[in-house]
Design a protein around this ligand. Structure first.
Ligand code: ZN
Ligand code: ZN
Length: 312
């Protein structure tokens, strides 16, 4: 299966990876706002789109994928923490997740694609391939989804075969979205992830922006944020599958072998095999010591501007 330089890669859970990434960057991530982390992710996802759009793919595709995935998992970590006292603005403290990433994924995809599952007349069991149009996998409108969201959660809570590792999740999505993986291809899947990231962004905004409050909200908004995030993670894992299946990347030394699973993809950039520890790819230390200055929220923006103006 997926040979990993860190050992046990096949059994590493998504929560393990979230914790590993946080272990390297926690000092800085605690100073960052959730928007900061989210924008870093968007930047690297966009950079990945640029790289996969080039005529000749290079190893930069793998680097950008690793960076995008790292920031996405940092977002998951950040949105799972208690808001830091005083350091975060009020609206930000509303953008939080209520469950682990695995549970969030399973509640959105409890063994089925929720879109075709609710379209079909007969109950589907097991993990059938999704029958949504591959080029238009953006599921269904929010009202239909909301009407079925309780059912999804109930189905998730009653099922027992939730994938137990990051690799198992990737294989689950490869099976479920077999057609999309084949027909959309790498560039199409990265496009899908970009479009889906915009949906997550909207769901984040809706956590603190209201025009009246619909029945069932704000709990429904929490569920929508987690639902959109689940689709984004699925898109990102499918893009990784497309990367590892890409014959255009075969010529790169070790690229294919290193890229197949999420653990390998991240470890190709954020891991020191000699010491067996996750590290920062810049300073090469297990607890990043890079000199990054993040303007603290206690400093007035005008003061920062004045300081910069004084320097130039
Ligand atoms: Zn479907
Ligand atoms: Zn560092």
């Amino acid at each position: 299966m997926h040979a990993g330089s860190g050992g046990n890669a096949q059994r590493t859970s998504l929560e393990d990876i979230v914790a590993a990434v946080a272990g390297v960057y926690e000092r800085l991530d605690r100073q960052r706002s959730i928007w900061d982390v989210w924008l870093h992710f968007n930047h690297h996802l966009g950079s990945l789109a640029i790289e996969v759009g080039r005529d000749a793919l290079s190893e930069t595709v793998l680097h950008e994928f690793a960076d995008a995935a790292m920031w996405l998992l940092t977002f998951v970590w950040k949105a799972s923490q208690e808001p830091a006292a005083g350091a975060e603005a009020e609206p930000e403290s509303l953008v939080r997740l209520s469950a682990t990433l695995s549970d969030i994924l399973w509640r959105a995809f409890p063994g089925v694609c929720p879109a075709c599952h609710f379209r079909s007349e007969t109950a589907i069991e097991g993990a059938p391939p999704c029958t949504c149009a591959p080029s238009k996998p953006r599921y269904f409108d929010s009202e239909v989804w909301f009407a079925h969201s309780e059912e999804l959660v109930m189905r998730a809570d009653s099922g027992e075969d939730m994938p137990g590792s990051a690799d198992a999740w990737q294989e689950f999505f490869e099976t479920l979205f077999k057609d999309r993986l084949e027909l959309r291809g790498l560039a199409g899947l990265v496009d899908d992830a970009l479009a889906q990231a915009a949906q997550v962004g909207d769901a984040m905004i809706r956590m603190y922006t209201y025009v009246g409050l619909e029945a069932g909200h704000p709990a429904g908004r929490q569920r929508r944020l987690e639902f959109e995030l689940a689709f984004l993670v699925a898109d990102v894992l499918l893009a990784l599958s497309a990367i590892s299946q890409s014959s255009a990347l075969d010529g790169l030394t070790g690229a294919r072998g290193n890229a197949h699973g999420l653990v390998e993809a991240l470890q190709s950039r954020y891991f020191d095999a000699a010491s067996g520890t996750w590290i920062c790819h810049k300073c090469r230390l297990p607890a990043c010591a890079c000199r990054v200055q993040i303007v603290p929220s206690t400093l007035a923006a005008n003061d920062v501007r004045d300081q910069w103006n004084a320097r130039s």
